[in-house]
Design a protein around this ligand. Sequence first.
Ligand code: UDP
Length: 458
Amino acid sequence: MNTVKLFRGKTRVCHVLVVPYPGRGHVNPMINLCKSLAAIKDDVLLTFVVTEEWFSFIKDDPKPNQIQFSTIPNIIPSELVREFDFPGFYEAVMTKMEAPFEQVLDQIQPPVTAIVADTELLWAVTAGNRRNIPVASLWTMSASVFTMFHSYDLIKNRCFQEHGKDYVDCVPGVSPLHVQELPSIFQGNDQRVLELALECISRLEKAQFLLLNTVYEIETLVINSIKEKYPFPVYSIGPAIPYPEIKVNVPKRQTDEVNYLQWLDSQTSNSVLYISLGSFLSVSKTQMEEIIAGVPKSGVRFLWVARGDNFRLIREICGNKGLVVPWCDQLRVLCHPSIGGFWTHCGWNSTLEALFVGVPLLTFPIFFDQPPNGKQIVEDWKVGWRVREMKEVNRVVTREEISELVLRFMDPENSEGKNIRRRARELKLSCQTAIARGGSAEANLESFINDITQCYGH
Ligand code: UDP
């Protein structure tokens, strides 16, 4: 991009260096945040720093001229390694990205006036502090999960040890939850990841802003409790999802063989179950076999995102009952009138997208923040059902159970189903209000951009 032309006549340009954690669930909300900021102020330059691998994934996506990319070397040979060695990948992010990022920070022109960095980049706040550049930390999970990490010692000492009970009721602003519904790394099997994640939260104290990718209206109590913890502004800016883009009729990357949007057009209203178990990490082989047999057995039509062996297996089994694709434009799919439900791994972005669209959920959380997200979906917001109770986390759910559940979930006449659909419509309204003129997200984004630009004469 020709920044000289774009900012001609300006003596001081507000130049924000933006750095996401290299994962789909982090890059997506960060780029969406940048697009929202760019839409509010057209004279802010945002440089998005990504690994070469991530650059190759996102370089062709539409973006405004004020956003430019800068690349740093890959931290691991291939993103695929992440699936098999998450702790190794997490550690590499915490240790290997810092030096190349600082090089960009020191060399890029015009000079950087603010940094927006993922909270899960251990080194980012320190890098800004050393140069006297304000840092806004973006937390890409729910506010409830943030508070769970922030309250880790309290949970460990009071709930785990003193009471020795199954339910945790000491997290400020969070309703009681089963221990299995805490972030999965609290269970102690990934000690190093836990230590690093906790350290990221503790370094946040030296940041100048905290941005939460959540919706004030759906996590009000917990957001208020986070605001009390910090002396600097805490802004909820969610849902950071690409809703402006779906209004424009250009679907992102389409798979070569099938036009899934055309297929959806040919289905009846609310009849299709959309299934996606996340952009990485899969369920056990035995469980997957049951899911793959159980869903088609229900007779419900489905659109399923799957990769590798699962893709092949589903295609063999599903016949003409459904469609399997390796990737889809998820938000656009969720917005399609044929979609009546979403079987999800409860990734936070998927959760926000479903809430925004008002689609009820079948929850199947696997890892990290997914168990607490699943709990909020089912217990707090009442917009979904569990495929499996969290306390039976290691039990394999059989194909018969799955088939019966899917059929009941998609039945328009089922009375419990009617309740979750009504709740989904209510939450949809809250999410859409948040991004409307004067809504919480819009107001907070505006306050934030004013905060970071005011000292540069804009
Ligand atoms: N996604 C997509 N198409 C797919 C699968 C995923 O667009 O076929 C997007 C989805 O809309 C979401 C993100 O990838 O924005 C996944 O983030 P999430 O937090 O839900 O899960 P993660 O993959 O990080 O566990």
